[in-house]
Unconditional design. Structure first.
Length: 636
């Protein structure tokens, strides 16, 4: 491995070049730290090129970098060449060069020197710079490497190895400084491991070995931390000819106290990392166990739901007619079925009241198909809100050929098609006053006259109407004929909103999930209990229709295995997250804020954006509602 020999102020040191760049200057974070006053903090760099050659580049230093007496900004440099910074001379050598064994290595502290002397202060400054990377990286490896670099710079002209005990209690070299090859363990003495293992004993002492034929003089120092030995500090002379003096050994023993502390810190950092890794694995395992328990709980919940439904089915009263197409086990729906049983075959008009999506047409169909009229006539349905006045009359009463432009044939109206059967007029409250008068005549006389026709025709039909409006209020306001209201409102069936029959939600979800899963090819799809809980708590302004569309959407967007809260619509997802937060031990403040936000959204939706009315429902002032909306980022 290439290295640089530095001759400065009567001392010689060498530095290995690791990597593709070596920085040179007075700052401690340089690869090579100089003491010459003319050296800038970051003076120059040596850069390794792709062809394995080196280039010297000056970093705009104040006093310049010189080669062969000339200042250089950037120049190739060959092995064996020297460049100069102030009075410091630096030479580049290859790993094969004999110059690696420096002959003028600075003695750490001569016998005559005392701490506070200039050589000692300079040596300490350079040695302490070895901790720059350790402080930046804060890893066990960086801490031990910094300790090895500190000892090596404290006593120039030596190689350093720090060995610590592995899991089996054997010494293993973990940090090296100033060794030549990429495998420094091969350069250690053959007796290194056996000697280091003996020094791991609490009663061990420093061992100084003189030079031998094969190895330079060296010292083994146990790194004692309290009652135990954290490792072994090994230091050998770079030159086989120089011995280690008593002063130098004493210096190394004192430095070993700091190294022992650092070795303990490295061990603690390693234990901390291992503990963090174990905690991470434990949390992962715990998460897996939690998912398994949730899956088991979901399965048990499904089984209990099935058993409950079966029990409810056995306890349900027996009806005269078949209402299997209408899902409803709640008391409100049972009352509807009781009413249907009474009026199914009565020849009286029926008015069905209920919010949008409550299933008014399903009730009308049940009235027809359970009655004797199912054998003699058809069930004809029309949404009055979807027909303009120009088409309403022709659709209901029909027309004769030539009655108007484009009437190229006779057309039978809906009342004619419903002859002998049932006609269902949905959204009856939406028709205009003029059409109300014509409809009243048909109901009173039981006959229709097609547009353009000269004769009336008798029709036998059962009239079933539906609306989500308050027709009595419409009559008071003059928007709906009172006589027509009395004609269609002979028997009234009021359908409960889904929020009033929440015990039916789980059954409806199960029904819609089964249908849509079969259509999508997902026979084994499951639903998180948090999703179902959110559905049970939601008010469903769109009623059963909204619930059906929600389930259909979630199945379509799922992976075919599981439906979780992420697939819910925003207002429902927030409720599911609140449930999850509550289960996970979320703070009372978070849960309350989530509920407050949801209630505000529901009120705004219910009043179609009327903030004054929404504030009244919530028991707030309009200003108070506006401040809460701003706080929760609900905007307009």
């Amino acid at each position: 491995m290439p290295f640089v020999v530095v001759e400065e102020k009567g001392t010689t040191s060498h530095y290995q070049l690791v990597g593709t760049e070596a920085s040179i200057g007075r700052a401690p974070d340089n690869t090579i730290m100089l003491r010459d006053e003319k050296a800038s903090r970051h003076h120059c760099v040596l850069e390794l090129q792709p062809d394995k050659t080196w280039v010297l580049r000056d970093l705009k230093s104040r006093n310049g970098t010189f080669m062969r007496g000339d200042p250089v900004l950037e120049s190739p440099i060959q092995y064996g060449e020297t460049f100069q910074i102030g009075l410091a001379k630096l030479s580049l050598f290859s790993e094969e060069s004999s110059a690696f064994e420096t002959k003028n290595a600075m003695e750490a502290i001569p016998a005559s020197a005392r701490p506070g002397g200039t050589p000692f202060a300079l040596g300490i400054a350079e040695a302490l710079a070895g901790f720059v990377n350790a402080a930046a990286e804060d890893t066990p490896r960086a801490i031990l490497d910094g300790a090895a670099r500190f000892v090596g710079r404290l006593l120039p002209g030596v190689r350093v190895c720090i060995a610590v005990a592995d899991d089996e209690g054997n010494a293993r070299g973990r940090a090296f400084y100033n060794f030549i090859s990429g495998t420094p363990t091969d350069e250690l003495p053959g007796s290194f491991l056996s000697t280091a293992n003996k020094l791991l004993s609490p009663r061990s002492r420093t061992q100084v070995r003189p030079r031998s034929a094969n190895y330079p003089p060296c010292v083994y120092i146990p790194l004692k931390a309290g009652e135990r030995v954290a490792g072994v500090l090994y230091v050998e002379r770079e030159s086989k000819e120089d011995e280690l003096s008593e002063t130098q050994v004493e210096l190394l023993e004192n430095a070993a106290n700091l190294v022992a502390v650092l070795a303990g810190a490295a061990e603690s950092r390693r234990n901390e990392e291992e503990l963090a890794h174990k905690i991470e694995n434990f949390e992962s395992e715990l998460q897996g166990i939690r998912r398994e328990l949730e899956a088991k709980l979901d399965m048990q919940t499904a089984e209990l739901t099935a058993l409950r439904l079966e029990a409810e089915k056995r306890e349900m009263p027996s009806w005269q007619h078949d209402y299997s197409e209408i899902i409803g086990k709640s008391a409100g729906m049972q009352e509807v079925f009781r009413m249907l049983d009474k009026i199914t075959d009565l020849p009286v008009p029926v008015l069905i009241l209920g919010e949008p999506g409550t299933g008014k047409e399903l009730i009308a169909r049940a009235l027809h198909f359970n009655s004797s009229r199912a054998k003699t006539g058809r069930f004809v349905a029309e949404n009055c809100a979807a027909l303009p006045d120009t088409l309403f009359e022709s659709e209901l009463f029909g027309y004769v050929k030539g009655a108007f432009t484009g009437a190229d044939r006779d057309k039978q109206g809906l009342f004619g098609l419903a002859n002998g059967g049932t006609i269902f007029l949905d959204e009856i409250g939406e028709i205009s006053p003029s059409m109300q008068a014509k409809l009243l005549r048909v109901i009173e006389e039981g006959e229709i006259r097609p547009i353009g026709g000269k004769q009336s025709k008798k029709v036998d039909f059962r009239l079933v109407c539906a609306t989500n409006k308050d027709l009595a209020d419409q009559v008071r306001k003059g928007l709906f004929r009172q006589d027509l209201y009395f004609r269609i409102n002979v028997v009234t069936i009021k359908l409960p909103a889904l929020r009033e029959r929440k015990e039916d939600i789980a059954v409806l979800v199960d029904h819609f999930l089964k249908i849509n899963a079969e259509q999508a090819g997902y026979p084994d799809i499951k639903m998180d209990r948090g999703v179902l809980r959110a559905m049970l708590n939601y008010n469903w302004p769109g009623n059963v229709r909204e619930l059906e569309n929600e389930v259909k959407k979630m199945v379509a967007l799922s992976d075919g295995k599981k439906i979780d809260a992420a697939l819910l619509s925003p207002q429902l997802r927030q409720m599911a997250e609140e449930e999850t937060l509550s289960e996970a031990g979320g703070s009372l403040k978070d849960v309350v804020e989530g509920i407050e936000k949801r209630k505000i959204l529901e009120a705004i939706e219910r009043t179609k954006g009327n903030k004054s009315r929404a504030a009244e429902i919530l028991g707030l002032s309009r200003l108070g509602l506006r401040k809460k909306m701003e706080r929760y980022g609900l905007g307009e």
